[in-house]
Design a protein around this ligand. Structure first.
Ligand SMILES: Nc1ncnc2c1ncn2[C@@H]1O[C@H](COP(=O)(O)OP(=O)(O)OP(=O)(O)O)[C@@H](O)[C@H]1O
Length: 870
């Protein structure tokens, strides 16, 4: 029951934005609008603004103004305060921002805008220049100078990512610090800009700090660009690649950027580091008006977390509900220039459109708010239409100090834009926001003030009490142990001074009772101290053992790290050597590739050359083949002619044969030689003549042999026989008759042969030729004497041809040489030997190098020629 009550009470103590309804009417304050005029750039420039009082400016339309005809009247605009061009940064800070810093320290929210045309000095006012810092660095310096002695250790306060904070114990915070230290060692970059450093004498210290609190400072830096929110402090990619953040409402209905990086900073320098890191990432675009014109709104927020220390004045109370969180948002708005004036196009135009739209929404929101406040209406204010208004909705709807510095460039060229700015400023100044309320959480919890100081003094006394010089030490222990006010005056100067005795008695009694109270209090404290000492001792022992185990872990980790480092070195060496090899191999491969390409090229060239040659040869051979075809045709026609002639001759021979049969007796009688022959021989001759059919031999003869026949000298009788079939018997005397008696073995008859081998023969190799012992070999029968002489009696013609299967066929035509009456000779062919040779591969059955005889005709009783294998 008690805990529920205390919880409720703690919830009440928190300082979220409260709704306006809960606040009294008197708790409102108008938005404070200041005006700062920047110096003129050129002396030749004519101004359109004049300061007529410390709070008023006069804006006069110059002749170049767009609305010159409509607005010829000069207008007065009143501000909380007007700062002339010569106002320095410190003055401005003191007047405008210092109260916000004071409010922040006291737990109040604050919002400060700089608003104005591009180049009017917004960034100069907010950030400033090197050695001439603006509001932002001065705020940071002032905050840290003020809270410096009262800062909590880092990570005691930890953002819970829902716009609130957790409170961690000292041990947890220490662990995180160690973790960070390790991270820092392994390469954290320093973004600090020394130019922002200020001499400590220039830094203002704010009063009114609650010394019984501990403080933590957190900064965020966001950019609103093209109506999207980007976290400028987020680790990772820069520029447009940053992820877009969304605005959300926390449990206390405060708006915040969800997932934004909140950096805890312990000094102004650390905060500058964060600021410069964000600044680096900020988009700066160039326009025709200003080479460094900011195209986005940037919001730098400082959140101050404070929590009361416990009753001992030492550690922060470990309860997130007692935290007080205040924030100061410093907003540098983008320039409010007209787009047509800046000559923007494309992306720039879109940016300018978004900038103008968001500023317009700001204006619309403020107008609607003012309308509601003046008329008591409850019209919807379109905060959500732009990110900037959505984010700061609480300042207008809830509570907080809102201030605006309107920056103005008094030159005439800026009149039109400045006029708009002035109107906006005038309107904004009429808007009221609720004053922030501060609740003293510690007082509500029953904690005495001065705890921290007492604790400090206690430690100082404890440290110094043992020293010899301690007796001279003046310790202000009054706050801690006091027996009340000093003794009253005890001088007894008369007997009627009883009242003095009474006073003394009363005083002494009071002191005695006070002493008793202090004694009791001391006893209680002693008890508590003892128990807490025990607790501490216990904690200390735990910490010691934990420390030892952590040390062991650390050593182990160190060992592992060293081993990993060794491995890494080895791997790196190996990797380098592989890299070298890889490079070599790559070079080698590329050399080989080059070689291959060259070879391919050569090959292709050769191929092309060959193709060319082939085509040339084809053309050549096609010509030749065509010529050969022509020749073959001619030969065929020649053959045809010869065949006709042969047929003609055959016919004649048949006629002769007939005639011979009819007039056999006469014919024999006409021939003298035949008279000596017996009837048997005549019969043989007749038989021979019968065997020798006119058609057989000539048909088997090749063409050139027919030529031989025709080339043989012919007798008148034969000519007559050919010419006249009915030639008388006496006239047929000269017809040569073959004598078959001379036919002997083809190889052993001992006769003289004429071996006619017209062509160069293919060496037969495996074939045994017939044995012809005495022969005369001729290639051409040009001389008749070769055959028509007394010795030669046999003729043999050897021819080689290819058969239809492409096999070599050797034919030996044999015949008897019979002298003719006219002194010539005729050959009577009576035998043909045909030798065919087959390749063993052609027919397995013929394997063994057999030679076949085909179509061999030979006279009876003769030994056939033998072919042998070689
Ligand atoms: N009060 C001043 N005193 C001296 N110089 C000033 C003052 N105000 C502005 N300037 C100078 O004017 C220039 C433009 O100022 P600044 O960049 O602050 O303009 P801006 O309004 O922020 O422009 P943008 O909207 O483009 O960001 C700067 O070089 C700055 O030094």
């Amino acid at each position: 029951m008690k805990s529920a009550k205390s919880k409720q009470r703690l919830n009440e103590l928190r300082t979220p934005a409260r709704s306006r309804q809960n606040l009294a009417q008197g708790d409102k304050a108008p938005v404070q609008v200041f005006c700062r005029l920047r110096p003129m750039q050129r002396e030749s420039d004519s101004p359109c603004m004049k300061i007529i009082s410390p709070t008023t400016v006069l804006l006069s339309p110059p002749a170049i103004a767009i609305n010159y005809r409509n607005e010829t009247k000069s207008m007065k605009y009143t501000f909380k305060e007007v700062f002339p061009p010569e106002t320095n940064q410190q003055e401005l800070f003191d007047r405008v921002a210092l109260p916000l810093v004071e409010g922040l320290i006291k737990g109040k929210n604050g919002l400060l805008f700089t608003y104005g045309v591009t180049g009017s000095g917004k960034t100069f006012t907010m950030t400033g220049e090197p050695q001439n810092c603006g509001i932002l660095p001065r705020c940071l310096n002032a905050i840290f100078k003020t809270i410096n002695d009262y800062q909590a250790h880092k990570y005691v306060f930890k953002p819970d990512n829902m716009n609130m904070f957790d409170v961690q114990s000292e041990a947890e915070a220490m662990l995180e610090r160690q973790h960070e230290l390790h991270k820092f060692k392994t390469g954290k970059k320093n973004n600090s800009n020394p130019d922002l450093a200020m001499s400590s004498s220039d830094i203002t210290k704010v009063g009114g700090i609650n010394e019984d609190n501990q403080y933590g400072v957190f900064v965020t830096y966001i950019e609103i660009y093209n109506n999207s929110v980007f976290d400028l402090l987020e680790d990772g990619p820069t520029g447009r690649n940053l992820p877009v953040k969304i605005i959300r409402e926390d449990a206390a209905h405060n708006m915040y950027v969800h997932g934004v990086t909140e950096v805890e900073t312990k000094s102004a320098e650390e905060a500058f580091d964060a600021f410069y890191l964000g600044l680096k990432r900020k988009r700066m675009a160039h326009t025709n008006l200003n080479a460094e014109s900011s195209r986005s709104h940037s919001v730098f927020t400082i959140r101050l977390v404070q929590a009361p220390v416990d009753e001992m004045g030492e550690a922060v109370i470990q309860n997130k509900n007692v935290l007080s969180i205040s924030q100061l948002s410093l907003v540098d708005l983008a320039g409010s220039e007209r787009t047509n004036r800046t000559k923007n196009t494309g992306q720039r135009l879109r940016e300018a459109g978004n900038i103008n739209k968001s500023l317009m929404t700001l204006r619309t929101c403020l107008e609607a708010l003012r309308e509601n406040q003046i008329n008591g209406t409850n019209n919807m204010v379109p905060y959500r239409e732009s990110k900037i208004t959505h984010l700061f909705k609480n300042f207008f709807e809830g509570e907080g100090q809102v201030r605006m510095v309107v920056c103005a460039n008094p030159r005439a060229e800026d009149y039109d834009e400045t006029l708009q700015v002035m109107r906006f400023a005038e309107m904004a100044a009429e808007v009221e926001v609720s004053k922030p309320q501060v609740i003293d959480v510690a007082a509500n919890m029953g904690l005495m003030s001065g705890r921290r100081k007492a604790n400090k003094l206690f430690y100082a006394a404890r440290d110094n009490i043992a020293r010899p010089e301690a007796k001279d030490l003046e310790l202000d222990l009054g706050l801690v142990y006091s027996l009340g006010p000093d003794f009253p005056s005890l001088e007894l100067n008369s007997s009627q001074a009883n009242h003095i005795t009474k006073e003394l008695m009363a005083h002494l009694e009071m002191r005695i009772s006070r002493r008793e109270t202090l004694k009791r209090s001391k006893q209680i404290k002693d008890e508590r101290f003892r128990s807490s000492l025990l607790g501490l001792e216990k904690d200390s022992m735990e910490i010691r053992s934990e420390n030892q185990s952590l040390k062991a872990q650390l050593m182990d980790s160190d060992r592992r790290i060293r081993a990993l480092e060794d491995r890494l070195t080895t791997t790196e060496n190996a990797s380098m050597s592989f890299q070298r090899k890889l490079t070599e191999m790559t070079e080698y491969t590329s050399a080989l590739k080059r070689e291959l390409q060259e070879k391919d090229l050569l090959l292709n060239q050769n191929k092309l050359e060959k193709e060319k040659q082939k085509k040339i040869l084809e053309r050549k051979y096609n010509h030749k083949i065509a010529a050969e075809h022509e020749k073959a045709k001619e030969i065929n026609s020649e053959n045809e002619k010869l065949r006709n002639k042969v047929e003609e001759k055959e016919n004649r021979l048949r006629i002769i044969d007939k005639a011979l049969h009819i007039d056999r007796g006469d014919a024999i009688g006409d021939c003298q030689n035949t008279q000596t022959l017996g009837p048997q021989r005549n019969e043989n001759a007749a038989q021979t003549n019968r065997d020798f059919t006119p058609g057989s031999t000539p048909r088997a003869l090749p063409a050139h042999l027919l030529t031989l026949f025709s080339s043989c000298p012919q007798t008148r009788e034969t000519r007559d026989t050919r010419d006249n079939r009915e030639t008388p018997a006496s006239s047929r005397r000269g017809v040569a008759i073959a004598n078959p008696r001379h036919r002997r073995s083809l190889s052993a008859d001992g006769k003289v042969w004429v071996e006619h081998a017209p062509n160069k023969l293919v060496p037969m190799g495996t074939v045994m030729k017939p044995n012809i012992p005495s022969s005369k070999v001729v290639n051409k029968l040009t001389n008749v004497k070769d055959i028509a002489n007394s010795k030669t009696s046999k003729y043999c013609l050897i021819s080689q041809e290819q058969d239809t299967d492409g096999e070599l066929e050797t034919k030996v035509y044999k015949g008897d040489v019979v002298p003719t009456c006219g002194g010539g000779a005729q050959v009577i062919f009576n035998d043909v030997e045909m030798l065919k040779q087959f390749s063993p591969n052609r027919d397995r059955r013929n394997a063994g190098y057999r030679t076949k005889f085909q179509g061999v005709t030979r006279p009876a009783g003769e030994t056939p020629c033998r072919s042998q294998l070689s």
